[in-house]
Design a protein around this ligand. Structure first.
Ligand code: MG
Length: 288
């Protein structure tokens, strides 16, 4: 069976500004073998060109069309819901550029949508404005609901944290497009031109990458090079198909067990979460 990959970036390809050992060689292996892949990110700050440049500077061969961001998913979604609409935006270049590309105008009053991405330029006045717009009927959209973003100095508040302020103040719930949203994950899979069974999601975060992949019936590979530790797996009622230390450990001739997901017992019923805490995760690590 042929496979293609959706690759999360932060924690999978790099951590902060440092490339993960073996990631460049893994991406080259995919290119050399003609395996389809897309880099998938919940960061809406950068344009796809910025992201491709960041990867190139790290020694990873990438161009614009290798990148799929939650800003793109968001802009395409609002453009499909309301073509040529208007948006008030709390966010940066990647989100603004994606909206303009999809025919959206950025306005300061009475927008169709209030759209929140991450960034460091947000002010309290902007939040206040957003709250008033949403209270008056503008629809609230989040590029993603990640609570925080890892940085070398420690976590900083993510898009989800900013959105939470507006949700709390207005009593309205945002609609989020980033991972694990099926809207972003399905759009990326379609861009690869593969079926669900042929799509492998590789990520370091259970709540976004793995949850989104499991929900859409993709194969999932959790890497330990990012924010998740083996001991955390017991906290979830779902499991990835494979756990590896890093992308460098993904075998060349990838093969998934035909049997039930490791989160399931042999007769296909769910293992209680309590028992999963001691589940031998090593048993699903594929030999390299
Ligand atoms: Mg990640």
């Amino acid at each position: 069976m042929k496979y293609g990959f959706l690759l999360d970036m932060d924690g999978v390809i790099y951590r902060g500004n440092r490339v993960i050992p073996g990631a460049a060689a893994f991406v080259q292996r995919l290119r050399d073998s003609g395996t389809r892949f897309l880099f998938l990110t919940n960061n809406s700050q950068r344009t796809r060109r910025d992201v491709a440049m960041k990867l190139c500077r790290m020694g990873i061969d990438a161009i614009d069309r290798d990148i799929f961001t939650c800003a793109m998913a968001t802009a395409r979604f609002v453009a499909a819901q309301k073509p040529n609409g208007t948006a008030y935006v709390i966010g940066e270049g990647g989100l603004l550029s994606a909206l303009h590309t999809n025919g959206y105008s950025v306005v300061e009053d009475n927008p169709d949508f209030v759209i929140i991405g991450e960034g460091r330029t947000m002010t309290f006045e902007m939040i206040e404005k957003a709250v008033r717009m949403v209270s008056s009927g503008s629809r609230l959209i989040a590029t993603n609901m990640d609570p925080n973003c890892p940085t070398e100095a420690g976590p900083r508040p993510g898009c989800g944290a900013i959105v939470a302020m507006i949700e709390k103040a207005t009593g309205k719930q945002a609609f989020s497009l980033g991972k694990p949203s099926p809207i972003m994950m399905r759009a990326a899979r379609k861009q690869l031109g593969l079926s669900s069974e042929e799509t492998i999601m590789v990520g370091d975060t259970m709540d976004t990458d793995i949850l989104g992949g499991v929900g859409l019936g993709y194969r999932t590979i959790l890497v330990m090079s990012g924010g998740t530790k083996l001991g955390d797996l017991g906290d979830y009622a779902f499991s990835p198909d494979m756990v590896v230390d890093s992308v460098a450990d993904i075998p060349d001739n990838i093969a998934f067990p035909d049997g039930p997901n490791p989160g399931l017992s042999q007769n296909g019923t769910a293992i209680p979460v309590e028992q999963q805490r001691s589940y031998p995760v090593e048993s699903v690590v594929m030999p390299s």
